[in-house]
Design a protein around this ligand. Sequence first.
Ligand SMILES: [Zn+2]
Length: 188
Amino acid sequence: MKLNLTFEEMWEKIIACDYKYDGLFFTAVKTTKIYCRPSCKSRKPKKVNVAFYDDRKAVEAAGFRPCKRCQPEVEHSPHDAVVRKVIAFLVNHYKEPITLSDIAEQIGLSPYYLDRLFKQETEETPRSYLEKIRIDKAAYLLNSTKLTNLEICYEVGFHSPSNFYKVFRNLKNCSPSEYRRGLQYAVE
Ligand SMILES: [Zn+2]
């Protein structure tokens, strides 16, 4: 499945060692011929040496070997594939009003079982994961576009500005405007 993320977004996620996108894409380093998970804690490569792949077979076919540190070739649990499918679905459909039944139908599991499985594997519900993906997208848009807070609120799939501001603050410890002004690092 083609992942709805730009190079810049993927780059930000690997700089942040963001585990939320593990398994969805891989960072291939042209100079070392090694590939990693987004969350890998090894020293970051230069941006110019990086290529992103959203498929493990493709990255290996291109001649890259798995990193020994983050072991991107290892599935941590038999449910990894299901969880990855759910997250890829959320990343690609974050703008839409997604319900648990939509996801369940997409994956072919009952909503109840899916919710439980996802929670067991990620300690999040699909709903809270979706909020994180939406807020990541909002943060990216705040830094890379001139869209207003309100435009971004709707662009990333929120339907009420007050809910957007609340969730943004919960996850980023600052308001969208503060984030845009680069104040997110000043707030603990
Ligand atoms: Zn690695």
